[in-house]
Design a protein around this ligand. Structure first.
Ligand SMILES: [Zn+2]
Length: 267
């Protein structure tokens, strides 16, 4: 009897001590204090590459009729904030969106701010020098990075004509250069690239060379990112989650960046 009571008391003491430890423990290193949503909201009328693609949201179940609500969706894979899977431009032998591993959809966000360049050239293309300038300020592009061109074009999102910027026979907006994309693939170890415009190729492109280069390396791109002005240049962890469509060439995605991790990362 004495022995069993004593054991129970010890067990209670251990439980109490562990509760105290749990309450007083510092937050773990994996808890971010900030999260920014890098996703544009899907709706009819948002800017699209074609200018005619849209989303059709059809109520199937409604509160007045059924007591609950559910819609049917029809939309292009490449709509709103979305991922271009490797198959999109590289074809057979390259990953469908369903085949991209989740570990390749999360990575350190490298946000390269070239708004000043774009301000004087709407067809600006990101250069290797821009990437090297980022590294001079922030250190080497980390392994597994998602490299984002921050053009500032997202400010135009609410005005589809300004965002598409079609004039003189072509769309006009900034994008990556072939050289910058090739450099990232050859000289650094990235999982994907992203941009706050309709395409990682600049508007007037007719050969879509950046798509061919990136998808050809079995890498993905995310387009129409939002809120890059709230996303740190360095220290964020970006998550890009496209719909997992079997045989999909891409998919609309929720993208967000976690930063200011307790433990001193972020800025
Ligand atoms: Zn696309």
């Amino acid at each position: 009897m004495y022995r069993s009571i004593r054991l129970e008391w010890i067990a209670l003491a251990i439980l109490a001590l562990s509760l105290v430890a749990a309450v007083s423990a510092k937050p773990t290193a994996m808890v971010p204090r900030n999260i920014v949503d890098n996703t544009q909201t899907l709706a009819p009328g948002i800017p699209t590459f074609s200018g005619v693609d849209t989303i059709v949201i059809t109520p199937v179940f409604t509160f007045p009729m059924h007591g609950f609500a559910a819609n049917a969706l029809a939309l292009p894979e490449h709509f709103g904030t979305h991922v271009d899977a490797p198959f999109h431009f590289a074809g057979p032998g390259h990953l469908f969106v369903s085949g991209i591993a989740v570990e390749d959809l999360v990575g350190p966000a490298v946000v390269v701010d070239v708004r000043d360049k774009v301000a004087s050239d709407e067809d600006y293309r990101l250069t290797v020098a821009d990437l090297r300038a980022w590294e001079r300020g922030h250190g080497r592009i980390p392994r597994g990075a998602i490299v984002i061109m921050f053009s500032g074009w997202g400010e135009r999102w609410g005005d589809p004509d300004a965002y598409r910027n079609f004039h003189d026979g072509a769309l006009h907006f900034p994008g990556f250069s072939a050289e910058s994309a090739q450099w990232l693939l050859d000289q650094r170890d990235i999982v994907g690239i992203g941009i706050d415009t309709l395409s990682v190729d600049y508007g007037p492109s007719t050969d879509f060379i950046v798509h061919h280069i990136v998808n050809g390396a079995n890498k993905w791109a995310v387009e129409n990112l939002a809120n890059l002005e709230q996303t740190p240049a360095k220290g964020g962890l970006m998550v890009v989650s496209p719909m997992k469509i079997e045989g999909g060439t891409g998919g609309t995605a929720r993208a967000y960046t976690l930063f200011n991790f307790d433990g001193g990362q972020g800025h």
